[in-house]
Every structure is written in C-alpha cells, then in structure tokens.
Design a protein. Structure first.
Length: 627
C-alpha cells in the first residue's frame, strides 16, 4: 500500500545525517546539479512500476477526487461540481455520449432533504376561532408540515387508521375530508391501562404516522392538528421537542397541540379524552366539530441540489437495446453533514468512494477501446453512471430507477463499485452472486481464472446503490474490499489506499463486465438464501446479520427486509418483516441506536430482542457472534 511505501521511504533516510546544515560552491550550470539520492532504490517509483499502468491511472484519479480542493464532494457544493466536471471530462475523452435529456446532458438533477434535519419555520400561526395560540407552549409546527394559509372547519378523525386489526377503521367508506382540518390522535387504540390494544409492547405498524397523515390527505384534508391521546402509557409526553422530519413530508400545514388546546377546539360538552375513548372502542369515525381553525405556516426545507452523472457506450446488433449498468457513487460527506461522528472536519473520501469512481472511469476507457476494436457483431449498450447523495440514503440510485433513461427490464445486470481501494491479501467481497441463476457458474469461472480470493454473498441488498436495482428485479454484483479504520473519518485519504489492489479489482470487474455484454440475458432470482455483504459499514466487535429497511422508517422499531445466512440473527430465527422493538429493556428508536448497542457488545453476549411479528410481540433471544 502507498502508506507502507511512504513509511519505507522515511525509514530509509540515513541516520548519520550531518548535525547541522553546510554550504558549498555550486556548479557553473544548474543542469550539472545532480545530487545522488539517499533513498533506497527509489521505492515509490519502483512500487508503481511494479504495480503497472492501471495502478498509476487509478491513483491519479483517486488523488484528484480526494483532494481537499473538492471539499469532500458534498452534494450541491462547488467541490461536487468540480468532481462532476472531472468525471464528464473523462467521459468525453473516452468518446462516450451524455446519458440524459435525450443524449444532450451528462447530468440528472434532483433535490433531496436530509433525514432528521429540521426545516426552517419562517412563519407560524395557529388559531381556533378568534383565539390566537402561542407557539412552543400551545403547539409546534411538525417537521413534515408543508406551507399554506387556511381557515377551515375541524373534523375529528380518531386515530386516522385506514385498516387496523379485527376490521377496525377510523373512516367510513364515504368519509370525505375535502376542505377540512383533521384533528388526529397519535398512535393507535389503547386499552384501559393506556397500552396498545394491538401490540404487547409499544405500538404496532398501524401507528405509522406517515400512513395516518396520508390517509387524511387522500380524503382531501387541507391541514392536520395532531394531539397525543390522554393517558397513553408508552407514548411521548408533551409536544415534540425538535421539528424532526422523520415523519416524512407533506404539502399541507401540520401542527401538534396540547391536550388543553384540543379541548378548546371541541364543544363544551366534549373532551379529547371522551372522543379518544370512543375511538379506542371503535365507536366513532370521522366527526365534524363545530369550530374553525386557522393555520398560516411557512416552512423552508433544507433541501440540497444533487445530480447523477452518466455516459453511454452505445451497443450494436441484436443486443444494442439491452444494457449493462456500471455504477459508483461520487459523493462523500463533505465536512461531516451526515454519517459521521466528527462533523465540522473535512472528510476527503478516498476509499469511500473516490476508489469506485476511479475504477469506473478506467472501465469506461477500457470498454470504449474494446468496443472500437472488437469484431463482435452484437454487444449490449453500457451506462457508466456516477450516483450523487448515496451517503444520504442511496438517493441518487433511487432517483434513477424512479426516472430511468431506459426500460428497466432491458438491463441485463448492474455492477456496483463502492469502496474498492483497500484490497488486502487479494481478498475481495462480492455480493449479489445469488441474484441471477447463471451466476452460480459464471462467478466462480471468472474468479478461478484470477488471483483473487472472493467472499461470495448471494443477497442483493445492502447499504449501497445496487440495492435499488435489486428491488426492481435486476441482477446485481457489488464489489467491496472491506472496512477500514478510516471509514467515514477525516483519515480516509489517498495515502491510506492500495492503488495496486484497486487496479486488480478494476481488471477483475472488467472481466466480469465483458461476460455480461455479449452472452445470453441473465435470469433474475430473489431466492438468494442470504444477505448483503455489508449489513453495516460501521465497525463493531459483533455482527447481528440483519438487513434493515432503508425506505420504510417506523415511528419506533427497525423493520427487517431479511437476514444473512450463518449469522446471529439467522441462528436465532429472525426473519424478513420482523420489527425489532427493543434490545433487552432499551427501546430501538432506529438503526443508529442499534449500532451504538452493537459497538458496546462482545461475542457471546445474549440479547433478548422484543420483536413484532405478524402483529404480535414475541421475545427472541440472540447470542451475538464476531463478524
């Protein structure tokens, strides 16, 4: 690795250097000034000559893309633009054509909001009839609120649950909330002790607030007033303390008010506690309230402008309308805007993922030369795509599969290159090897002809961009050289990578890709009997082996999309669609909380997980194992 070479250079400096400087007469011409090197065998030059031209090319790309000048390639920044200019300059040089806007643009722009960040509430007014209420004391604007100015009648909608257990519904078949402001109870029906009727611990998926909000919006509601149900044992107390965006986003004004204010909105003979009891018993659906409310909300979301970059190598013959997609994300976390424990410090992102960009740019050049010289009459078209905002939740690839430039069914396979810059002992992880029937023979055939020892994982999901393609029934292969101590830290720099190893991974990917551009179309299969090569990128002493959902974020708990074979989770019987609610007695509020607990654990620890399965809560004991 380059850092080892530099270390060798430092230690090769003679220890008998003069104790102080000296002067001497110089030569008549500076061209005659040729002091002998004190370094042994010019180690850095020897390293790259031995590694070969692809390693030099790989390192040239990587050092530029991880230079501080680019500011960590945070989406929407000048550094991201500079990285994009460098990528498109290389694509043009290799004679590719732009992938977007009918082959006129290299860029596919999109906006995204950062999960968990608070919108800027520029204006907030909430009144009931002629009474103006006080923000923060009487109500708060929720993070999923849109902007708008409305005065409209209030309608009580109970828990706003479309379809709950035992035929429960907050709505009639003809419930119409057009032009109404919905007064909504949080969570779900409670028993006499204030606990959920549908879950033994906390709440069931029916309490998902995004679904409840969408149910009233679908029926024409123009605003929402949310209130906590009185005497709710497991619910949050008081108003939301932060204007979190974890509830998603809407285009209507949404506030949360106190129980006292909810009572003011009701006729004198009614209280929110009485209406809650009727909703608990299933004896009330949408009910108009003889009061009006006024909402004047203006919010400004912290959206970032991102853009995917793509270039096309046009195929020919019968396969010209079929595709191979080779992808790598080009964004990183900048000065720690997301995904790091050290915000405010520059993160250069050399391995993650200047390495994947470097390999992808080399592949674009190699394939351009191959297509020009090949005598094959039929070759698939190739899209070389560089995703933005991967670090914020696979946003770029999600946007692409939502608005693709080709029929997704015409994609033969997607190859994903993410963190391929630290090959150690020629050991490489390849995920997705079970996503096509043909991979059972194709993958070992390529590997056995190489010097690589490959760790094969059948599953097609994981925290990188191939996941979004696999979700569209597209075979995927994900190349990954492993976790390093530098991951998502300011220490992920060029000199900590292995350029020679990057060249090896690039050549191997080239061999795989060549087999996917001219053979018979692959047969997708989701029967992978396993999971992603990386269930997480955060280093920990144990591995649970779960695949959390990256698209469905619950109000509490972690939804699983699967588990990896041979892991602690699989041994204990955890399975897809389980919801992890608690670790022993600690509530699991999300993936970050789970990672904190895993990092403080050791192999052999036994954990009692509270798991919601098919609407019922059960206890699953898991014995943790080392990764």
């Amino acid at each position: 690795m380059v850092r080892l070479i530099i270390t060798a250079l430092l230690f090769s400096i003679p220890s008998h250097s003069p104790p102080s400087g000296s002067v001497e007469d110089g030569p008549f011409s500076v061209r005659q000034f040729q002091p002998e090197s004190t370094l042994e065998d010019d180690a850095l030059e020897s390293y790259f000559k031995s590694a070969g031209p692809l390693a030099i090319e790989f390192f040239e790309h990587l050092t530029l893309l991880s230079n501080p000048w680019l500011g960590g390639r945070e989406p929407g920044t000048e550094g991201s633009k500079l990285a994009g200019d460098y990528i498109t300059w290389n694509l043009e040089k290799t004679a590719l054509i732009p992938a977007f806007d009918h082959n006129t643009s290299w860029f596919q722009p999109f906006d995204f909001n950062i999960d968990g960040t608070a919108p800027n509430v520029k204006k907030a007014f909430f009144g009931i009839d002629d009474m103006a209420l006080l923000e923060e004391r009487d109500y708060v604007v929720l993070g999923n609120s849109g902007s708008g100015t409305i005065t409209a009648p209030i309608t009580f909608v109970g828990y706003a649950i479309e379809s709950g257990d035992n035929g429960y519904s907050s709505f009639d078949d003809d419930s119409d909330l057009t032009g109404q402001i919905a007064l909504m109870l949080r969570y779900e029906p409670l028993d006499e002790n204030g606990a959920s009727q549908w879950s033994n611990r906390r709440f069931s998926p029916h309490s998902n607030i995004k679904n409840k909000m969408q149910a009233v919006i679908d029926r024409g509601a123009v605003g929402v007033i949310l209130v906590n149900p009185p005497n709710c044992r497991d619910g949050r107390r008081g108003l939301e303390t932060t204007r979190s965006s974890r509830f998603g986003s809407t285009n209507i004004p949404i506030v949360q008010c106190t129980e006292q204010i909810a009572n003011i909105a009701l006729p004198s003979e009614q209280s929110i506690a009485q209406l809650k009891q009727l909703a608990d018993d299933g004896e009330i659906t949408t009910t108009p309230i003889n009061q009006k409310a006024s909402l004047n909300i203006e919010v400004e979301t912290s959206s970032l402008l991102a853009k995917n970059i793509g270039g096309i190598l046009q195929g020919r013959g019968e396969l010209a309308d079929e595709w191979l997609v080779i992808g790598s994300h080009y964004d990183h976390v900048g000065f720690g805007y997301t995904g790091t424990s050290t915000p405010g410090v520059l993160h250069r992102g050399a391995d993650d993922n200047a390495s994947g960009i470097s390999a992808n740019l080399i592949l674009a050049r190699l394939f351009s030369e191959f297509y020009e010289s090949s005598e094959d009459e039929s070759l698939r078209s190739i899209l070389f795509i560089f995703f933005d905002a991967e670090e914020a939740g696979l946003r770029g690839s999600a946007h692409f599969v939502k608005e693709p430039t080709m029929d997704l069914e015409s994609i033969n396979a997607m190859i994903n290159l993410d963190m391929v810059g630290n090959l150690s002992n020629d050991n490489l992880s390849i995920s997705g090897t079970g996503t096509a029937i043909e991979f059972e023979e194709f993958v070992p055939e390529i590997i056995e002809a190489s010097t690589i020892t490959a760790s094969l994982t059948p599953g097609g999901t994981g925290p990188s961009d191939h996941t979004n393609f696999y979700a569209k029934d597209i075979p995927v292969l994900f190349f990954f050289t492993g976790m390093t101590p530098e991951y998502h830290t300011p220490q992920d720099e060029a000199f900590t990578t292995n350029p020679a190893g990057g060249a090896i991974v690039t050549e191997l990917t080239y061999d795989f890709a060549k087999g996917l551009v001219n053979d018979n179309k692959l047969t997708f299969t989701s029967n992978t009997k396993g999971g992603a090569g990386r269930t997480t990128r955060m280093p920990s002493p144990v591995r649970l082996g779960i695949h959390p959902s990256y698209s469905e974020i619950l109000e509490t708990g972690i939804l699983l999309t699967g588990v990896s074979e041979g892991t602690s989770a699989a041994d204990a019987g955890l399975q897809a669609n389980d919801i992890l609610l608690a670790w022993n007695d600690v509530e699991l509020t999300g993936g970050r909380k789970l990672m904190e607990l895993l990092k403080d654990s050791a192999p052999g620890d036994e954990i009692s997980f509270t798991v919601q399965r098919e609407g019922k809560n059960i206890i699953v004991k898991v014995t943790l194992k080392a990764p």
